[in-house]
Write a protein that binds this ligand. Sequence first.
Ligand code: ADP
Ligand code: MG
Length: 170
Amino acid sequence: MNALSVRARTTAAEETRALASVIGATATAGDLILLVGEMGTGKTAFAQGFGAGLGVTEQITSPTFTIVHEYVGRLALHHLDVYRLEHLQEVADLGTAEMLDEPAVMLVEWGDVILPALPADYLEVRLAFGTADDDRLVALTASGSRWSARMRMIGELTAPWREQPDVTPC
Ligand SMILES: Nc1ncnc2c1ncn2[C@@H]1O[C@H](COP(=O)(O)OP(=O)(O)O)[C@@H](O)[C@H]1O
Ligand SMILES: [Mg+2]
């Protein structure tokens, strides 16, 4: 396993929320997390769990139509969904640089789409459909030193959901 990457598997939305929650509990000001994966893979579910771990009590909903939602927990949480943005310039207009300067955490659904407009230090959370309806593969990958230094801890925290190699029946 690549030390900068951790792979997990969940079998229910509640598990994805629980996994995200342990990461949210460790978040620090200025953290940037990109949520990547097809529609319905659980990006918003991850954001809900992450927010719960960060101490957000308000219900976290999809910001698809509003692009940015802000919540308050132990730190502020900016939750973005940039699916509907058509130009990178719109990201600057949203004030993402200012948001990252605040004592806050930023989660961006479809974050890979706006990579050139974001700092290079982030945790990528890539969600994918698994075999069964409610199976999801969750790949956590560090980009930059900020997250690389934390991957061992993230690996330990997410051990309950570690992806097990398929066992071939004989
Ligand atoms: N293991 C799982 N992890 C996350 N969501 C799951 C899982 N299994 C089923 N689901 C369901 O998949 C849907 C994910 O939706 P959502 O989080 O809005 O996805 P996205 O934001 O990626 O479009 C929800 O209806 C959720 O209940
Ligand atoms: Mg969503």
